[in-house]
Design a protein around this ligand. Structure first.
Ligand code: PLP
Length: 358
């Protein structure tokens, strides 16, 4: 891995302890339900999330898709935040494979929909409309600086859902970042949802995999949907064993990543050319923009950080994104800040030379 890879927490390699566990993992055929490592991982995830059962899946995208397919059918409608990962970043899977119609609702700067907007998005019982079946939530909210949303929001969405006989699915790819940042047990949030998918391969460092949890009837149906998608894996314990370590020893240390992100955000906020929503940065994701009157745009900065400093950031639209994780130290964050300052203060002359050269 590049020493300064801030593009995402998905780039994290497994730890030494994970590699050792993988080498000696007990295995079986998980499609027969006989892989002891997968079974142990599913049980552990379900316990941590206060659910009956868990289902090991290949990715967060698969966790959400299997979850949504289990909650809704062709022609049904799913209410979803306009910038939610499962609406914007999962290749339209619910529509492509499920015939499920997403109904996007606007979200605020923390990633929350207004209750009145959610209620207005629910279809009336009329054959003209796709019938609303499920509300899709996300925590932390990736496109909003990974903002950790409080349990109260989930409680009020759950009330509304119960009133209209809808189910609630939570994309909890980074749910443990939320729980750690809010200093609560993840179950304080998941008690208000019918299903939740968590990622093992982001900040928790496992190489592969997510777990979808819910009640036993839900997971039984979800297991069939996973099979439909080709997601039944055989000796999957070889990767699930790393997931067990992810859940048993990597959660609390996420606070270190949050501290590093906060430090980064504060330093960025002190640079004149940079705009950043400091207040919403509470976990490990830092979005920022270079002011329009600056002589560099986001793409120039990404390129020069890479070429001149060997530092990788992500670009989405005009926003730059830096994500902290297990393999990023405080010194690495300092290197990023120094690199950015060097580029921003080098002056427009260099840039105009670049433009001439290309
Ligand atoms: C990463 C992520 C996912 C799943 O991504 P995969 O790359 O499929 O594992 C889902 N939701 C959110 C919010 C994410 O950040």
């Amino acid at each position: 891995m590049n020493k300064f890879d801030f593009r995402s927490d998905t780039v994290t390699w497994p730890t030494k302890e994970m590699r050792e566990a993988m080498a000696s993992a007990e295995l079986g055929d998980d499609v027969y339900g006989e892989d002891p490592s997968v079974n142990a991982l599913e049980k552990l995830a379900a316990e941590l999330l206060g659910m009956d059962s868990g289902l090991y899946v290949a990715s967060g995208t698969m966790g959400n898709l299997v979850g949504i397919l289990t909650h809704a059918s062709r022609g049904d409608q799913a209410i979803v935040g306009e910038d939610a990962h499962c609406y914007t970043n999962e290749a339209g899977g619910m529509a492509v494979l499920g015939g499920i119609v997403p109904k996007p609702v606007s979200i605020d700067r923390m990633g929350m929909m207004r209750l009145t907007d959610v209620e207005a998005a629910i279809s009336p019982d009329d054959f003209h409309y796709p019938q609303t079946k499920v509300i899709l939530l996300e925590n932390t909210f990736g496109a909003r600086n990974g903002y950790p949303i409080e349990p109260e929001y989930f409680a009020s969405i759950k009330d509304l859902a119960r009133h209209h006989k809808l189910t609630v699915h939570l994309d909890g790819a980074r749910l443990f970042n939320a729980a750690v940042a809010l200093e609560i047990d993840a179950r304080e949030i998941t008690q208000y949802v019918d299903s939740v998918s968590i990622c093992l391969s982001k900040g928790l460092c496992a190489p592969v995999g997510s777990v979808l949890c819910g009640d036993s009837d839900f997971v039984k149906k979800a297991r069939r949907n996973r099979k439909v998608l080709g997601g039944g894996m055989r000796q999957a314990g070889i990767i699930a064993s790393a997931g067990i370590i992810a859940l048993s020893s990597m959660i609390n240390r996420l606070a270190v990543d949050h501290d590093n992100a906060k430090f980064l955000a504060e330093q960025l906020a002190s640079i004149d050319e940079i705009t950043i929503d400091l207040e919403t940065i509470k976990t490990n994701i830092v979005f920022f923009e270079v002011n329009e009157n600056s002589f560099l745009n986001g793409r120039d900065i990404i390129r020069r950080l890479k070429d001149e400093h060997n530092i990788l950031l992500d670009l989405s639209g005009s926003r730059l994104r830096a994500v902290t994780h297990y393999w990023i130290s405080r010194e690495d964050v300092e290197a990023l800040i120094q690199g950015l300052k060097a580029i921003l203060t080098a002056g427009p002359r260099l840039q105009s030379l670049d433009r001439v050269a290309s």
